[in-house]
Write a protein that binds this ligand. Structure first.
Ligand code: DX5
Ligand code: ZN
Length: 218
């Protein structure tokens, strides 16, 4: 299985995003971009313009994590902006199936995200459709929070469901509190894709931090 590190630019220097992205270009596997609307989560971050601005600056795939109400209203704009993957929260729409369909029909990878309090069973009807399942390992909205170890069981459950669900073929990502102390447990539980924000960018050597994480799981 390919293990991937996804630096989250939520912890980058917003006045120098291009410089920070360049720092991880050769060591990261994809770039994680958090979108927050102040409703679904109590914070604001990044719109499609930022995705469009980053697109020509990097060869890495751009993964957009939508923390917004009614994601169906925003999917088109993020696809036009150049998103390679769009991640939608199960809790954010009564039309989850349709949103996943919309994303996939546009030829973009689709993922479903579950908050810490959301059981994975709630998304079992769409597991055969998604390219990625993101298990939140903090309550979404802010970088720099403490990892919730209770979520490791959920990660293992998501991996088991992949084995037992017909036609399921998804990567398993963790987001929140991923650092040198927690990444090993996440990998052992079955995660293959690791978002890391503050651990990477709240450091003078972001590339070194990505290499350090990779060294702990490979
Ligand atoms: C939190 C975001 C994360 C955030 C993670 O709601 O979804 O992507 O950047 O930050 P760290 O790695 O600092 O927990
Ligand atoms: Zn995120």
């Amino acid at each position: 299985m390919t293990l991937r590190i996804a630096p989250s630019v939520l912890s980058a220097d917003f006045a120098n995003l291009a410089t920070d992205v360049a720092k991880i270009e050769d060591v990261g596997d994809l770039i994680h971009i958090d979108v927050m609307d102040g409703h679904f989560v109590p914070n604001l971050a990044f719109g499609p313009q930022v995705v469009a601005a980053l697109r020509p600056l990097t060869k890495l795939p751009l993964e957009v994590h939508l923390m917004v109400d009614k994601p169906e209203n925003f999917v088109d704009e993020f696809i036009k902006a150049g998103a390679d993957t769009i991640l939608v929260h199960a809790e954010s729409t009564p039309h989850l199936y349709r949103v996943i369909q919309l994303i996939k029909e546009a030829g973009v990878k689709a993922g479903v995200v579950v908050n810490p309090g959301t059981p994975i069973e709630s998304v079992s009807p769409i597991l055969h459709l998604v390219d990625e399942v993101l298990v939140m390992t903090v309550n979404p909205g802010f970088g720099g929070q403490k990892f919730l170890p209770d979520m490791l069981r959920k990660v293992t459950h998501v991996a088991q469901l992949r084995d037992t669900t017909a036609n399921a073929d998804y990567t398993i990502e963790v987001d929140g509190g991923v650092n040198a102390d927690t990444i090993g447990d996440c990998a052992n539980a079955g995660a293959d894709t690791f978002v890391a924000g503050s651990f990477v960018f709240d450091n003078a050597d972001p590339a070194g931090q990505v290499r350090r994480l990779r060294g702990l799981i490979e």
